[in-house]
Write a protein of this length. Structure first.
Lengths: 546, 90
């Protein structure tokens, strides 16, 4: 088979090497099994569940990422559940073999979770993982089917369980390609965290055979077959050179011809700044952490201390503070807001100030006081601004407290369409592409099956970003982008070409974005931006821009 | 049989971390405790699978019951736990 497979690129980077497939769960099928005495079967089954539980907690301890650790700890806890054990024992009493008893017990509890619906149903997949590990243990097979061919390889699997993903060794796994999965799957999150290129939702991945040489592009989401040893070696050499370059990359963001594009960080508190800040400031300081888990609003003093810590850590740099972004979509008990049937379209972001203006006023007082104490000039923006009147009201509140640089997040298409008028009231805009995608294409941000519509390369989304950037250019005021889009090294030159003046992202993403900008002149960025806007869809936009 | 009825205070409901904290606490009690939603079937409170399958979200009213000499102490401490936002204790 010669050709190119396409999926979703979820962890950028290039790699090439031989395919090594992971066996799917069918390796554990077989039978029918003839049961020995119930006592023997019960003993085997209960031991197998215990082994599964222990192996999962051991992996949890090894996991560096907190999300992964929490998932594996929960799975280990479920595998040790007394009710699961009871179901298994009941099954063997009815004459089942240990293997069938485990499978049937897991299936029964899986059904109960699915019936509970919502986020309870999301745990159902845990029972599949537990069943597979317990059955493997009972048959004396390795619990993980991760291959170990003794040389570096491109891992191809139907899907990866959290446990498999945690056990991946970046030294031997060159890239990951899965038939299933989405951009927010564990595979995607962990591959990104480890810098392993990954393509998920890759149709046709199951056709790839062991030993076939493939080239994986984790940004474009492409898996190319039909390459030779020499080409594969060349790709790996270039990938290694690039990694070395990125490790040592420093300095401000600029295009090849020196046009500046500020590289800023998204943070949640001073703790996220770490020791070495390889960026030019903070483009999005989320303040929600102060407000979570509270029965009452945080006191002024507590807020001042938290903001001051960030201001003092970055004395000469721009720090953009976003006021509380909460509401019925991210409920905070002390706000006392009623539940809504459609929270994403309800009282959230700046809209909370309609019901609780004093929360916003106290926060603005605290930001102003912290800035005075640290001797800095803060930038402050409000989330979910929709109309010019809202922008004007927010600006008035902030300016009356001596805050000079006042802006808005553009997350609602209505705001993007009125960007020029917003900038008559404000000093800057910051486009939040995650929410702007959800509202532009009318897709819930968490909707796995409609992920293609949330692609930041959707030309309609880029058109709204262009609207904001144009308004900024005309007014001579900065327009930045924060959100996933700003961290995409392929998209960065397009955003710069649209006229975006800063990109805000996690610290991990900064080097690749800096490198991508430095490789293009402003004229090339502008050309890429025009092509992306002219495209009919994300795939075409990426091809034109690349 | 002694009972306590309490409203789930945790923001994420009886799920993830709050569910685990509750189940672990129930397993530590000197007597078996059961939990139900409304008139539903009571299930063992020391089983994470049973507790998750209740589907109890923020604001759901649940009833705990237990028997034996330690019942009241156990019920009081578990009811107190459910009435707290368990997502809040980091």
């Amino acid at each position: 088979m010669i050709g190119t497979l396409r999926g979703l690129g979820v962890s950028p980077g290039l790699a090439a090497g031989p395919v090594c497939r992971m066996e799917d769960a069918s390796r554990l099928s077989g039978g029918p099994w003839t049961a020995a005495s119930p006592a023997v079967e019960a003993d085997t089954a209960v031991r197998a569940l215990l082994a599964a539980s222990l192996s999962l907690s051991a992996l949890a301890e090894k996991a560096a990422e907190p999300e992964a650790r929490a998932i594996l700890e929960a799975q280990s806890f479920i595998a040790a559940d007394p009710l699961l054990q009871e179901s298994v024992e009941e099954n063997v009493r009815n004459g089942m073999h240990a293997l069938d008893a485990i499978t049937a017990a897991c299936a029964r509890h899986r059904e109960a979770l699915v019936a509970a619906g919502g986020y309870f149903a999301e745990r159902a997949a845990d029972l599949d993982d537990i069943r597979n590990r317990a059955v493997a243990a009972a048959r004396n097979l390795p619990m993980s089917a991760l291959p170990d061919p003794g040389h570096p390889f491109v891992l191809v699997a139907e899907d990866l369980s959290p446990a498999d993903t945690v056990a991946l060794d970046p030294a031997t796994v060159l890239a990951v390609v899965t038939e299933k999965g989405g951009p927010t799957s564990h595979t995607a999150i962990l591959a990104r965290a480890r810098g392993v290129p990954a393509v998920v939702a890759c149709r046709g991945a199951r056709e790839l055979r062991d030993g076939t040489l493939v080239a994986v592009d984790g940004a474009l989401g492409e898996v190319r077959t039909g390459i030779g040893e020499e080409e594969a070696a060349g790709i790996m050499r270039r990938a290694a050179e690039k990694r070395d370059r990125l490790r040592t990359s420093t300095g401000p963001g600029r295009t090849a011809d020196g046009h500046p594009v500020k590289l800023l960080l998204n943070i949640g508190s001073a703790a996220d700044l770490g020791t070495e800040v390889a960026a030019e400031g903070v483009g999005l300081f989320r303040t929600e952490f102060l407000f979570l888990d509270r029965r009452t609003a945080p006191e002024m003093d507590e807020q001042v201390a938290a903001y001051e810590a960030v201001f003092r850590a970055l004395p000469g740099d721009r720090v953009v503070v976003r006021t509380l972004d909460a509401g019925t979509d991210k409920p905070l008990p002390f706000l006392g807001l009623p539940e809504e049937t459609n929270p994403a379209l309800g009282v959230r972001g700046l809209r909370v100030a309609r019901a609780r203006p004093e929360v916003l006023d106290t926060q603005l007082d605290a930001i102003a006081a912290a800035a005075r104490a640290a001797g800095v000039r803060p930038w402050v923006m409000a989330p979910m601004v929709t109309t010019v009147a809202e922008a004007a009201d927010f600006a008035r509140r902030a300016r009356s407290r001596g805050i000079a640089d006042v802006g808005a997040m553009v997350e609602v298409p209505a705001a993007a369409l009125r960007a020029s008028r917003l900038l008559a009231e404000l000093d800057f805009l910051s486009v939040g592409t995650n929410d702007l995608s959800q509202y532009t294409c009318a897709v819930d941000r968490q909707h796995g099956e409609l992920a293609d519509l949330l692609d930041p390369w959707q030309p309609a989304l880029l058109r709204l970003v262009a609207e904001c950037a144009d308004a900024g250019r005309r007014a001579g005021k900065p327009v930045g982008v924060c959100g996933e889009a700003a961290a995409d090294p392929l998209l960065a030159p397009v955003l710069a070409g649209l006229g975006v003046t800063s990109l805000s992202m996690s610290a991990l993403s900064v080097p690749a974005v800096r490198e991508a900008l430095a490789a293009r002149t402003m004229a090339e960025c502008e050309h890429a931006a025009r092509s992306a806007l002219e495209a009919d869809g994300p795939a075409e936009a990426r091809r034109h821009a690349g | 049989m002694p009972e306590r009825t309490v409203v789930i205070a945790s923001r994420t409901g009886l799920h993830a971390r709050p569910a685990k904290i509750f189940v672990e606490a129930a397993a530590r009690q000197g007597t078996p405790v059961r939990i139900r939603v409304g008139d539903g079937k009571p299930v063992p409170a020391n089983s994470i699978l049973a507790v998750l399958a209740l589907g109890a979200v923020h604001g759901t009213e649940v009833t705990l019951d237990a028997d034996g000499p330690d019942a009241d102490t156990a019920l009081d401490s578990l009811a107190e736990l459910l009435a707290r936002d368990l997502d809040a204790d980091e």
